[in-house]
Design a protein around this ligand. Structure first.
Ligand code: LMR
Length: 400
């Protein structure tokens, strides 16, 4: 029976949405889950997605099973988006791509596959801090996890020396989860120069890079620029993995559209990997769902829709950047103690405010503003209508 089953804590991120919905306060603000909102605080269905839905609907497709690897024309386009259409690795047929249940499914599929073939006791290194679900995913797949230094709370920036030291001190051949761009939760990314230093140590130590790429297009507004780190590591000759999500950049949150990619050293090794990832995916989901992949496939493989999507990415990332400036300016105007420049320096969906968990509690209980307990806010939850209210609330909690 279940007497041995303890009560698990609520999910650190998704539970905030439940609390927010139940709150009846008129000026409540949801800065919890990383989901894009327009300036009216409403979810935004991308116009290219609406167009693609019409195209898919009119084609009246069947509802048969997809192959285990998913919709091939989608996964191929998705791999080009990450690696570049001129990628040598793609030309050499040494990239394996599987359609997954969004980024979470990609991380889990990768973790499950790697756990079968890495020696017992292999560590998975996660940035401190990282997305709350990483720990859950990699331990569920059977790995032991360990933190690497990433964020320096004093400078509110990257602790590069700390990071390199952690990577050097970790056992050789560890798996290192790296955020490809728009680090979640800190919004702090390495510069291209810093990525080079990270790659040097990773190579010295034979670590395996496992990129999580959930925000391509959200960091700089440019899909290619946001893929810099991944392409650089591939060029350097690493074998690596990438978990790719289309939840944020295509706004396909509920459709669960993603891919798991492996870059191997040769086409032959890629075939072996392919066969093993297929076994793992068959056990977990059998074969992936059709609908979201059809939409993404339609957008990625139409030059017109692709061009229009790039405009949407600029619009979304641009609105977030405008909100960063607005929030920083409001705090400066209020004379809120501290320096708030990090809000504009950080990139992507999130800002790591520096508020501590007690302050976050007051934000929630007194001001009805929902954010994760580590002080992360989803910038997309801000709008011209609520940014002043949020700044006043931050001012209040910082002074008390
Ligand atoms: C987030 O970090 O808010 C998002 O990635 C949503 C999620 O699944 O946690």
């Amino acid at each position: 029976n279940f007497t041995e089953v303890p009560l698990a804590p609520p999910d650190a991120i998704l539970n905030l949405s439940t609390l927010y919905k139940a709150d009846t306060f008129v000026r409540k603000v949801d800065l919890g889950v990383g989901a894009y909102r327009d300036n009216n605080g409403k979810p935004w269905v991308l116009p290219v997605v609406r167009k693609a839905e019409t195209i898919v609907f009119e084609a009246q497709p069947e509802h048969e099973y997809l192959p285990i690897g998913g919709n091939k024309s989608f996964t191929e386009a998705a791999s080009k988006l990450l690696l570049g259409s001129d990628s040598r690795a793609l030309q050499d047929n040494r990239v394996v791509s599987f359609q997954t249940i969004s980024g979470t499914g990609a991380n889990f599929l990768g973790a499950t596959f790697l756990h079968r073939f890495y020696p017992k006791g292999t560590k998975v290194l996660l940035s401190n801090p990282t997305w709350a679900n990483h720990k859950n995913i990699f331990t569920s797949a059977g790995f032991e996890i360990q933190d690497y230094c990433y964020y320096n709370p004093k400078t509110l920036g990257l602790d590069l020396d700390g990071m390199l030291t952690s990577l050097r001190n970790a056992p050789s051949r560890s798996i290192v989860v790296l955020h490809a761009c728009a680090h979640n939760p800190t919004g702090v990314d390495p510069t291209p120069e810093q990525w080079k230093e990270i790659a040097n140590v990773m190579q010295e130590k034979n670590h395996f890079p496992f990129f999580d790429c959930a925000y391509q297009g959200f960091a700089s507004g440019d899909l290619d620029r946001d893929a810099f780190a991944i392409r650089y590591f591939v060029e350097r000759g690493f074998e690596l993995s990438i978990a790719q999500s289309f939840a944020k950049n295509l706004g396909l949150y509920g459709e669960r559209v993603g891919c798991y990619h492996v870059v191997a050293h040769s086409a032959q090794l890629a075939q072996h990997v392919q066969s093993q990832v297929a076994r793992a995916s068959r056990a977990i989901i059998s074969n992936p769902p059709l609908y979201g992949a059809r939409i993404a496939d339609t957008v990625l493989n139409s030059p017109e829709l692709l061009a229009e999507w790039k405009e949407h990415l600029i619009a979304m990332s641009g609105r977030i950047m405008a909100m960063r400036s607005e929030l920083r300016d409001q705090l400066v105007q209020l004379g809120t103690p501290g320096n708030w420049d990090h809000i504009v320096n950080q990139i992507g969906m999130f800002s790591f405010t520096g508020l501590n968990s007690n302050q976050v509690e007051v934000m929630k209980n007194k001001h009805h503003i929902y954010m994760t307990s580590n002080g992360r806010i989803s910038m997309a939850g801000l709008s011209t209508g609520n940014v002043e209210y949020v700044a006043q609330a931050i001012d209040d909690v910082v002074r008390h």
